[in-house]
Design a protein around this ligand. Structure first.
Ligand SMILES: [Zn+2]
Length: 253
């Protein structure tokens, strides 16, 4: 999977016919690139892991890879839990190094991460989470099961979800994330900004001097979008259908 960016030098000087540069997606979101005229530059993608993973899972869904979609959106949800925990820790003015160190103790076990999330939510809102995503009902074959079972069956038992099941799962996760984000933007907006900027600052320090810019990708679940998101995944994914070849070139139809 690739992302598309622009060579600012070519864009500003108007010298190249093609100002776009494609790059294979990277885990750290930092891309050292060279355009077709040889200009070297670095871009840092501003979107956090859960934002990127949700788009990747949505693209898999559009292309008919339903198991891959559920697995990737499940990974997005887990990174979303981590994001929430980090935001609340920053709101409490805890040190970045201490947050990172504490996270290492839970990073290998998703059950521990889930426990941390649920109690951070309780601390932040003063009440236990309602309609928690893993406790929602979802159709799995002829049965109705909890989302947690559906997710585990797909990831650990090789269950092959139908198109409908994968769409319903994506919609449940999409709505859950936006519900929590809406609350968080009211109670901890400043800490959200700090959490978005933290990896960018860290990457910036690690890089040598040179032309560096940040890039914003308009993901379906987005921290940076200023407009109200579409209410459902079904509406949101229509936007991705139109933008996919611009944002993610060479992704299949
Ligand atoms: Zn260039």
């Amino acid at each position: 999977m690739k992302i598309q960016t622009t060579c600012l030098n070519c864009l500003l000087t108007g010298k190249a016919d093609n100002v776009f540069v494609h790059a294979e997606m990277r885990d750290d979101g930092v891309y050292d690139l060279t355009c077709e005229l040889g200009h070297q530059f670095t871009i840092m993608v501003q979107q956090l892991k859960f934002e990127m993973l949700f788009d990747m899972g949505s693209l898999a869904l559009l292309d008919g890879y339903f198991r891959e979609s559920v697995a990737t959106i499940a990974a997005s949800l887990e990174r979303f839990f981590q994001f929430y925990v980090e935001v609340i820790c920053r709101k409490m003015k805890l040190k970045d190094a201490d947050i990172e160190s504490a996270w290492k103790s839970v990073s290998m076990q998703s059950e521990r991460q889930l426990g941390v999330f649920l109690f951070m939510y309780l601390i932040e809102t003063k009440s236990p989470i309602k309609s928690f995503i893993y406790d929602e009902n979802i159709k799995q074959g002829s049965e109705t099961v909890k989302v947690s079972k559906f997710r585990n069956d797909v990831i650990h038992r090789g269950y092959i979800p139908s198109s409908e099941e994968a769409h319903i799962y994506a919609d449940l996760v999409y709505r859950f994330m936006y519900r929590i984000l809406k609350e968080l933007k009211v109670s901890a907006n400043e800490a959200i900004g700090e959490t978005v900027r933290y990896p960018l600052g860290k990457a910036n320090l690690a890089m040598s001097a040179g032309l560096k810019t940040t890039q914003c990708i308009p993901t379906l679940v987005s921290l940076s979008s200023g407009v109200e998101p579409p209410e459902s995944f079904y509406e949101a994914v229509k936007v991705l259908k139109k933008s996919r070849h611009y944002c993610y070139p060479n992704s299949s139809s």
